[in-house]
Design a protein around this ligand. Structure first.
Ligand SMILES: [Zn+2]
Length: 389
């Protein structure tokens, strides 16, 4: 039996109503530019080389965060990818603040993670939440950087995890975050006043501040000259980490760039961070917001499940029982759909087991296959309804 127009309309209306009925926040969209190969590098020695870039944008009701990967991948230097300014930039919502060309720098065992070829970059979730990942599968370890935007959220959650290959160990893990708070001062021959505010202290450029991880539970980067309240600049940015994962850190407040350097504790196997681009906010508004929301955001970050919700929620036993009932209720249509449905169930159950053992490919593949599964479940539910005796 074909789905009749009235049922199709009801399904569409139900789907649209779902977002209204389940809370105030709307869906989170995820857009992938796809991989682009270009020949317009700007780094000496790599100008005519082949460069690769890709941007993924996550958008909630509150904000859009665009993350751009870029590297010289020319075959003339096989196995070594190059980008002096960093590989992971944040061009949206603002080119200032978290640096558009390279804001998230990762060093593992004394080597830039980005100099290893990128194995994968792709969306892992969209709809209820938005998420994507980058993966580097190296001879010594597999490292994965995950980004997650919860519904209605104004800040972006990230998780960097690493797993040594059998018989290997992973050296110290360090990260560095680059921002230009509110405005590119030096590029426009302007003098600003870069300022770091934490719950413990406030310091101004030019200085280096050693962090006390247990007390500096959020880091707010403003510029006293380029304050939206004064009609200058585009607004501040902020971040926070989980103190229990961080051994030490410092913030270098230059007159132009601000570098935040953090080192993972010896027992850490992952690092979680939240980032805010507070475009449009005055310095005072940004400070009030961080004061009021940082504690909750830290708890959210600590508890966040970065793998797709559909994977976390999928139970092979419950799904098998539900599908069995639906197939029976759908009668002839159930008989027709049974082989495809049973095959999908086996695939998803297998992927869930592999993902549970830390296999990132299974995780990504599950996210893809589950859409087909959900469409089929929906179809079965309608057939079950229409074929009732
Ligand atoms: Zn090159």
């Amino acid at each position: 039996m074909q789905m009749n127009p009235a049922v199709r309309l009801a399904a569409m209306l139900f789907s649209a109503f779902f977002w209204v009925a389940t809370g105030t926040a709307g869906p989170v969209t995820a857009r992938d530019s796809g991989v682009r190969k270009v020949h317009n590098g700007w780094i000496a020695g790599h100008k005519d080389h082949t460069w690769q870039d890709q941007q993924i944008t996550l958008s909630s009701d509150a904000i859009s965060y665009g993350i751009k990967y870029r590297a010289c991948v020319d075959p003339s230097h096989p196995g070594v990818w190059v980008c002096d300014e960093g590989f992971i930039g944040m061009p949206r919502p603002n080119v200032a603040n978290w640096y558009h060309t390279g804001f998230y720098h990762i060093e593992i065992g004394g080597k830039q993670l980005g100099s290893h070829p990128l194995t994968a970059m792709g969306i892992t979730e969209s709809g209820e939440r938005g998420a994507f990942h980058m993966v580097w599968d190296t001879p010594e370890y597999v490292a994965r950087l995950q980004f997650l935007l919860p519904p209605g959220s104004d800040h972006l959650l990230t998780r960097l995890s690493w797993r040594p290959k059998p018989g290997r160990t992973v050296g110290p893990v360090k990260v560095r975050f680059t921002c230009y708070p509110s405005f590119f001062t030096t590029a426009h021959n302007r003098q600003g006043d870069r300022t770091l505010t934490t719950p413990r202290t406030t310091v101004h450029e030019v200085t280096t501040e050693e962090l006390a991880p247990a007390e500096d539970t959020y880091l707010l980067y403003t510029d006293g000259v380029f304050d939206v309240a004064k009609g200058e600049g585009s607004g501040p940015c902020a971040m926070l980490f989980l103190p229990e994962q961080i051994a030490s850190g410092r913030v270098q407040l230059g007159g132009y760039a601000v570098q935040t350097k953090l080192e993972a504790g010896p027992d850490a196997h992952e690092l979680r961070f939240a980032f805010w681009d507070l475009t449009g906010k005055t310095n005072a508004e940004a400070q009030a917001l961080m004061k009021a929301s940082a504690d909750q955001a830290r708890e959210e970050l600590r508890a966040a499940v970065f793998s797709p919700l559909s994977l976390a929620r999928f139970s092979p036993e419950a799904a098998t029982a539900e599908i069995g009932e639906l197939l029976a209720a759908a009668r002839d249509d159930g008989t027709r759909l049974r082989p495809g449905m049973e095959k999908l169930l086996r695939t998803l159950s297998g992927l869930k087991a592999r993902a549970g053992q830390g296999d990132w490919q299974a995780d990504a593949e599950f996210a893809k296959q589950v859409r087909e599964y959900e469409a089929l479940v929906w179809k079965l539910k309608i057939f079950a309804l229409l074929n009732r005796p």
